[in-house]
Design a protein around this ligand. Structure first.
Ligand SMILES: C[S@@+](CC[C@H](N)C(=O)[O-])C[C@H]1O[C@@H](n2cnc3c(N)ncnc32)[C@H](O)[C@@H]1O
Length: 338
């Protein structure tokens, strides 16, 4: 039993284990976790100029985790995996590793893709500079994919838990009335569409900047001279899925815990939780998340306070005109501009 392992830290609802999460998961009973939510390491380990090998190596590495995830997840539970994309080294071409992983999990480990999500981080820097800023042949990569998987096609979930405010245009429509009609797409938009339900069903795009700068965690790291984890996700990402697909008292596991953002959110939302991290260095800072609770803060309230409740995504045509002054580089950007 995992309960017989010694936790590195225990809180009211959670436990942090220091070590390889495979070992912790192997001590768990079958079908004993309601949600596995994690952001695994996604930097590709070995650099090659081209070819598939590093993607294949990643998939091989993931297999033992996939087996354990499948075994310990409850039949109506959810597996949520946040993955950043990657560029192939030396060429302006994207790796397919995260798509291959998704296909492997569904086709070989029998998971269902409940839904794919995109976490848009508006504060992402335009990298790699070589392709984006210098040769100008690619655009800013600003989304992570979040695969929401489940053992059954019917994992427990409700979008009522993650409703959003109506957009300005929807508000106008509700205020000014809407004429029911058949859309050119064939969708029959009935009168019900114009009913004010108080809030909107969100899309599968989660817009959250990753700009934590004065959190309790960072203050704790600075005070204790501990290095902050370099690849943290913002609390709103785990919070979205924990709210939507678990209930109070459920168990949430993050097998690649890092600085234990997942644990902090789960504790605040009254879920039981387990985080496992292989590098103790990261746990030294994670500890600070549980020493004194942040006062009555939810990430959503925090966002409103900072005036970050809404993002406007410009229509792509705003700056387009009919003058295409320069021809495209015939070499696709191969020759570096001076
Ligand atoms: C992308 S980071 C997770 C960051 C975390 N979501 C956060 O916000 O702080 C992935 C983490 O997985 C850890 N890791 C890698 N292999 C592991 C393993 N087998 N068991 C436990 N942790 C592992 C790495 O040390 C790294 O801290």
């Amino acid at each position: 039993m995992e309960r017989e392992l010694t936790p590195w830290l225990k809180t009211r609802l959670g436990r942090i284990f220091h070590g390889d999460s495979l070992n912790v998961m192997r001590c768990r009973e079958d079908s004993s976790v309601d949600m596995i939510l994690t952001s695994p390491p996604f930097a590709l380990t070995r650099k090659k100029d081209y070819g598939n090998e590093q993607e294949d190596e990643y998939l091989e590495w993931f297999r033992s985790f996939a087996l354990e995830f499948r075994r310990i997840l409850k039949p109506d539970g959810s597996l949520v995996i946040d993955l950043g994309g990657a560029w192939k080294p030396g060429i302006p071409v994207r790796s397919l590793y995260h798509f291959k992983l998704l296909i492997m999990l569904c086709e070989e480990y029998d998971f269902h893709l409940a839904q794919e999500f995109y976490w848009w981080n508006p504060s992402k820097l335009p990298t790699p500079a070589e392709w984006v800023n210098i040769r100008r042949v690619r655009v800013k990569d600003a989304v992570n994919t979040v695969w929401w998987l489940a053992k059954s096609p019917w994992p427990r979930a409700s979008n009522r838990r993650v409703l959003q405010p109506y957009s300005d245009s929807m508000r106008d429509l509700l205020n000014n009335g809407y004429k029911a009609k058949l859309r050119p797409s064939g969708h029959d938009i009935s009168e019900k569409f114009a009913r004010d339900n108080g809030a909107a069903i969100p899309p599968n795009l989660i817009a959250v900047p990753n700009t934590e700068s004065n959190s309790r965690y960072l203050r704790y790291c600075a005070k204790n001279e501990v290095r902050a984890h370099p690849a943290r996700f913002p609390a709103s990402v785990p919070e979205y899925f924990i709210r939507m697909a678990t209930d109070r008292g459920d168990l949430v596991l993050d097998p690649f815990g890092g600085s234990c953002v997942t644990g902090e959110v789960a504790e605040r939302l009254e879920r039981e939780w387990v985080c496992v991290e292989i590098k103790e260095e990261y746990l030294l800072g994670a500890k600070g998340r549980f020493e004194e609770p942040e006062q009555g803060c939810t990430t959503a309230k925090g966002a409103k306070k900072a005036g970050e409740g809404y993002y406007r995504i410009p229509h792509p045509g705003l700056l387009w005109d009919d003058e295409e002054r320069d021809l495209l580089p015939a070499d696709g950007g191969r020759k570096r501009p001076q």
